[in-house]
Design a protein around this ligand. Structure first.
Ligand code: MN3
Length: 218
């Protein structure tokens, strides 16, 4: 499982009590693609609530206090019933958002390069084809959820998941992921999720995503 904590998602190796990681940039840094108020609420309120509710869910389960976030999620099915759903939703939320903040920076018209670009071309045809398929998966995700890029064996795959579910529940660290919950875009894009999905590519930190791809061991 060493590779699962090799990325800079510091939340993955945290144990109880969990804490909100710093953003690493100003809440206005991704504007106009993601506006400042959305970032303030998303990081300071929504993510904080996942952290608080995860801690609440685990408070009475001292036997789980030495488990890292990655371990809790990988073992989600064997957790006690009293904690399972809350850890799935809030632990998943903590892991997904902690990843999300680190893979963004203002990077208008940015593109992957190096080995990740080669793998994207190999498995999706081109970067444009990859973006189209990823955006389609995001539009199709009914209600709240995430779209992830994962490496499955030697092949890249797009995976959409509901709520705060995460590939970490299958022991797989995502290479990147986009949040398609309304709270991620509604203030700026209203109901226009497809437009948010398209604009989001202007804030992907491809250097960081490449590092994650390398760290995951590909
Ligand atoms: Mn969110």
């Amino acid at each position: 499982m060493e590779s699962q904590t090799a990325t800079n998602n510091e939340a993955n190796s945290q144990t109880y009590p969990f804490s909100l990681p710093a953003l690493g940039y100003d809440t206005g840094a991704l504007a106009p693609f993601i506006d400042q108020e959305t970032m303030e609420l998303h990081h300071g309120k929504h993510h904080q609530a996942y952290v608080d509710n995860l801690n609440k869910a685990l408070a009475d389960h001292a036997d789980l206090h030495d488990k890292t976030l990655v371990e809790l999620l990988a073992q989600i099915d064997s957790l006690p019933d009293a904690a399972k759903t809350a850890v799935r939703n809030n632990g998943g939320g903590h892991a997904n958002h902690s990843m999300f903040w680190t893979i963004m920076t203002k990077n208008e018209n940015g593109k992957p390069s190096g080995t990740l670009a080669e793998a994207i071309d190999r498995d999706f045809g081109s970067f444009d084809d990859f973006k189209t398929k990823f955006n389609e998966a995001g539009v199709k995700q009914f209600g709240s959820g995430w779209v992830f890029l994962v490496s499955n064996g030697d092949k890249l795959e797009i995976k959409s998941m509901p709520n705060q579910d995460t590939p970490l529940m299958q022991g797989v660290e995502p290479i990147l992921g986009n949040d398609v919950w309304e709270h991620a875009y509604y203030l700026n894009y209203r109901n226009r999720r497809p437009e948010y999905l398209q604009q989001w590519w202007n804030v992907v930190n491809w250097d960081e995503v490449q590092k994650r791809y390398d760290a995951i061991g590909k």
